[in-house]
Design a protein around this ligand. Sequence first.
Ligand SMILES: C[S@@+](CC[C@H](N)C(=O)[O-])C[C@H]1O[C@@H](n2cnc3c(N)ncnc32)[C@H](O)[C@@H]1O
Length: 339
Amino acid sequence: MRMKNLKRVEKHLPDKDYKIMESPLLDTAKPMHKSVMTREVTDYLVTETGGVYVDATLGLGGHTQAILEHTGYKCRVIGLDVDEEAISISADLLSKYKSRVVLRNSNFSQIDSVLEDLGIGLVDGIVADLGMSSFQLESSERGFSFMRDEVLDMRMDPRLRFTAHDLVNEMSVDEISKVLKIYGEEKWSKRIASHIIEARKERPIETSAELAKVVSGAIPKKFHPARIHPATKTFQALRIAVNNELDNIKEFLDKAVSLLKPGGRLVVISFHSLEDRLVKSAFRRLSDPCVCPPGMPRCGCGKESVMKIMTRSPVLPGQDEIIDNPRARSAKLRVGERI
Ligand SMILES: C[S@@+](CC[C@H](N)C(=O)[O-])C[C@H]1O[C@@H](n2cnc3c(N)ncnc32)[C@H](O)[C@@H]1O
């Protein structure tokens, strides 16, 4: 399988509309995902208590719920997620807000078509909390975690064509190495790729635990990282490749800004440097698009700024939040405002 085949066809997949049903079932259920920087999200995002907001990564609805609680009865939230299972769990969890929420099983790269379908023009704010939820990692049984022995799937959207199993068992050594280097920033990428090829000569690598073992065996013990599992970067890289995450984020950021009312905010939380770099550079480009050579007395390119950056450096979670929710430790929140 060639890397170019990894280009997803998700754009053409049909969206699904979810009605919020009354359901007492999950009222007592344990939370399956702790939302990150909820107070910061609502403080930056909500500029209009009766506004329309988009939660582009609904997950288990934590940020959506916080927005609804923070605003008046006129406020509406459109929640998107590529993961149908996450959408149906949140539909239950958010049942008490049913008239104020619309959920769509859709990729955020298609945010413009979703709003157009709903007859909504510009919105008051958009939030994206990138990556995956603890539910996906721990309970979805799709092989996202090196701590579990599950089928290597890693698709957030089951409609996608290629799984992590396909990539690990069908890509060439160079392709695997490239994926691990680019999407995982893994310095042992070549060695891990050759160990994968060796292992699969005997039989295909079927599960997350099998892959984690091959990766751990590929990195000499004395170089195993002290604080993270040696397979962390490999799993991140495969997940990004399977879900085409970086291209989706790029497409989303450009579209999102154009869908905001003047004064509307775009709030993005990222969890690793590849994501944060994309957000930072998109914000820079949107706030300062001029391409005139330095030293020109006046701008001649005519490119006008569409966004004001509200957070020169990223906002980080407080120590209390990190103690309560260690997953928050790598979160970085950036905010831009539509001009
Ligand atoms: C970190 S979780 C969001 C958690 C949520 N904010 C909460 O408080 O419960 C990220 C979610 O984004 C979804 N997701 C990832 N990429 C997506 C994309 N391109 N379009 C839509 N949803 C996406 C994942 O399926 C996951 O449910």
